[in-house]
Design a protein around this ligand. Structure first.
Ligand SMILES: CC(=O)[C@@H](O)[C@H](O)COP(=O)(O)O
Length: 261
């Protein structure tokens, strides 16, 4: 029996979280989000722009009927991220925040020191923080020690579509934090990247560019949805052990079935 995905006490059936930026049109955004089967959409307060444009965008998001995960994309300091998180709580009426605090403009790498400080301040203020972090085990452990029930280590830098750049680090985090809900966030480009993360035992994935910037975003959203489900089923099914030497799968003698000892 598959263990349901729980995010700060809320049970979800879809393990794909979707972003709301960079789509070619509002209609394509809405149809892509629907095709993804996601139950959570992440929204940046910053990208709403002018009040009028912001209202239109917000109405589109509301029309999806999905749970909103506000994010602090574009923040470069603790103060900025904490202030934006508080504004998001007012606007979106949720304690959830995807905490993004950028430390390096070149690869949009999270600032690990600032992330810990901002997480502490927000948790003390009653937030349920989903930090976007690097795949550094020690930072992840410290975020858990501060009270994060959910972590979102990167697969690759945002918007690169490179997939899982450091599978060893991601596997280590999974193994060492078995009771933490883990999502791979950012850098995925192909459905196979999402499937690999799920096969590793990640609880879910969050992505935006791979769908929004695809030639056919709606079809790509569906492909990611299927890949996430396939990866999860494969994880639950437990893969065969990898071997160093060949072993014939068609025995020449004896019984055609394999008997477990
Ligand atoms: C929308 C959002 O939250 C991004 O900052 C997120 O990290 C997704 O990254 P990709 O666009 O690389 O999927």
């Amino acid at each position: 029996m598959d263990k349901p995905l729980t995010i700060y006490g809320q049970t979800l059936s879809s393990r794909l979280f979707i972003g709301s930026a960079l789509y070619p049109s509002p209609a394509v955004m809405q149809q892509s989000i629907e095709a993804s089967g996601a139950e959570v959409v992440t929204v940046s307060l910053r990208r709403q722009g002018t009040l009028e444009a912001g209202n239109d965008f917000w109405q589109l998001i509301k029309d999806t009927g999905l749970k909103v995960l506000p994010n602090t994309a574009g923040c470069h300091s603790v103060q900025e991220a904490v202030t934006l998180a508080k504004m998001c709580r007012e606007v979106f009426q949720t304690n959830w925040v995807k905490l993004e605090l950028i430390g390096d403009e070149y690869n949009l790498q999270p600032d690990p020191i600032g992330l810990l400080e901002a997480t502490k301040q927000l948790i003390d203020d009653g937030f349920e923080v989903l930090p976007y972090c690097t795949d550094d085990l020690v930072i992840c452990q410290k975020l858990v020690d501060l009270g994060c029930e959910v972590l979102m280590p990167w697969g690759a830098p945002i918007g690169t579509g490179k997939g899982l750049l450091n599978p060893y680090a991601l596997k280590t985090i999974r193994e060492r934090l078995p009771n933490t809900t883990l999502l791979v966030d950012a850098g995925l480009g192909l459905p196979s990247h999402a499937a690999t993360a799920m096969e590793m035992g990640y609880d879910a994935v969050l992505l935006n560019s791979a769908v929004a910037q695809a030639g056919d975003p709606i079809a790509m959203a569906k492909a990611f949805s299927l890949a996430v489900d396939a990866g999860r089923i494969a994880y639950e099914a437990k893969a065969m052990p990898e071997k160093e030497v060949a072993k014939p799968s068609t025995p020449t003698m004896g019984m055609p079935f394999w008997h477990q000892q």
